[in-house]
Write a protein that binds this ligand. Structure first.
Ligand code: FE2
Length: 318
């Protein structure tokens, strides 16, 4: 992790403890007990992630994070809260003010995970020029809240899809839409009951049918929101298979929009790598072999071949 992480807490002990944890994973964060000094730092230099306490003498964490957003909109904001502030934290997340909250006392691994996810979000935002994608991101996060196993999935799919898009030399406008489509690809899952989404058993035929509606439901939302065709195509076609056996329309090969074929590779890769309710994440090399087996069946062989060496380098360096 790079050093552009800022921790703000009026409790010196928490600052030292947090810095120590982050040093273990190779980062030297900037720490301060003063929210005013934190604002000076954000005004002076690029900061990827700010983690703040809520109750501090100079100003509250919420006030601080709101001012950070004005100074540096792409800086990812994480708040530490006590359980008593849960309502406040949820309101802050829903309004898009805060990326994530860490209930106190937080666990070491949760802190590291939140910061890593935050750094990934920052990198994405910096890699694609965007000013008004805030609502789209919030929507993607609402879906992740519904299905805890997909936490961070939308950002990772965007990151992997952009690896392919960049190697193809696609222009910035299309890359931006691919990022937005990746964030939103599963937004139709909002219509799928949680009991079905989080089931630890094989789904019944009826339940499977409901799940399979999510691309069409999502595309409907994306159309109503007047999103560009690239975004709608990703949402509608990310479960089409290259051999024509996918859904919802059973399109094959070049009939499937290019952007949807790219995101399908990214989506399947991340789904296999991640923990699911019924199994743990699969090791990298095994997943890469599984992708190779899907060439020409589920996935476009050209994009699998482009993606495998890129993601191998990325994952091993991460
Ligand atoms: Fe999906």
């Amino acid at each position: 992790m790079k050093n552009d992480i800022l921790i703000v807490d009026d409790d010196r002990m928490i600052l030292d403890f947090t810095a120590e944890i982050l040093q273990k994973v190779g980062s030297t964060p900037i720490v301060t007990s003063s929210p005013l000094e934190a604002l000076e730092i954000v005004a002076r230099q690029p900061v990827a992630v700010v983690v703040s306490d809520h109750y501090m003498p100079e100003m509250t964490g919420m006030e601080l994070l709101t001012r950070v957003k004005e100074l540096s909109p792409n800086t990812v904001r994480i708040m530490m809260t006590s359980a008593a502030d849960l309502d406040l934290a949820l309101t802050a997340i829903n309004s898009g003010e805060v990326f994530r909250f860490l209930p106190k006392p937080w666990k070491e691994k949760d802190m590291i995970k939140a910061i890593k996810d935050g750094l990934r979000r920052y990198r994405l935002l910096e890699s694609v020029r965007n000013d008004d994608d805030f609502i789209l991101r919030s929507l993607a996060e609402t879906i992740e809240l519904k299905d805890p196993y997909t936490k961070g999935h939308c950002d990772r799919v965007a990151e992997y899809a952009l690896l392919i898009a960049e190697s193809l030399g696609l222009d910035d406008g299309i890359k931006r839409d691919i990022m937005r489509g990746s964030w939103l690809h599963d937004c139709g899952k909002i219509g799928v009951p949680e009991a079905v989404l989080n089931a630890r058993r094989k789904l019944t035929a009826e339940e499977r049918e409901i799940v399979n509606m999510h691309p069409a439901w999502g595309a409907n939302v994306a159309e109503k929101a007047n999103l560009p065709a690239t975004v709608i195509n990703i949402v509608l076609h990310h479960h089409e298979h290259y051999n024509g056996h996918g859904y919802p329309m059973g399109l094959a090969a070049g009939e499937i929009p290019l952007e949807a074929r790219i995101v399908a590779v990214a989506d399947i890769f991340d789904a296999l790598r991640s923990d699911r309710p019924y199994r743990s994440g699969i090791p990298l090399e095994t997943v890469l072999e599984m992708l190779a087996d899907m060439r020409g069946a589920e996935l476009d062989p050209v994009f699998v071949d482009l993606f495998v060496p890129l993601v191998r380098t990325r994952e091993k360096g991460a």
